[in-house]
Design a protein around this ligand. Sequence first.
Ligand SMILES: [Zn+2]
Length: 225
Amino acid sequence: MSLSEGMNAIKNNPKQGKVISLTFDDGYDDNLISAVPILKEHGFTATCFFVAKYLGSGKFDKWGDGERRLMDSVQIREWVSTGMEVGSHTLAHRNLVHLDNVEARTEISESRLILSDIAGDEVKYFAYPFGAYDSKICYMVEDIGYLGAVTVKPGFVESKTKSYELPRIGISPQQSTITFFLKSCTPLVDLHQALKKILVDKQPRGKPRGIADVIGAISQQAAGN
Ligand SMILES: [Zn+2]
């Protein structure tokens, strides 16, 4: 289900059991062309976080592995017409922590105005580019009116989870079906996070972290952004 539907379920109906929200970042047009038919076939909805300044652009190359096209406004309306949700991923996919207050606020607020206008509905959720945020950025996202924001921190959402630091389970195209199953349907991610915390806490300050760094690197890779 979409993030809005998932968050409503967690907050208003916690006894119904686990729910899964599907999210896509950046707004590549293959989310509409390839993913929507499969989502519809299974009766699923999802949320896509769009980069408002580059809608329709064929020059978005976040990973340095080739340019891919992002949905334009007509395609976003098609995305919405199939029951999918629109979220904001800023104007230009810049690292918000590195911007001054005015620039960061512009990225967060203007993208919401543009995308709400296209979607014909108020954009409720936000995704931090590169998963980068701090307390100041969280406050801005809340102050501007979003109901919550997703990170790339691995983990599951519970009713007590902070709304502006929602974790996610990262799934990349390179992952096998078994990895996908282990990450999404078992406590593997939680165990991994707990082990990582223990190892990091046990390290003396200023000393190399050894295996904790390795696990951290694996975690970063698994989360994607
Ligand atoms: Zn992104």
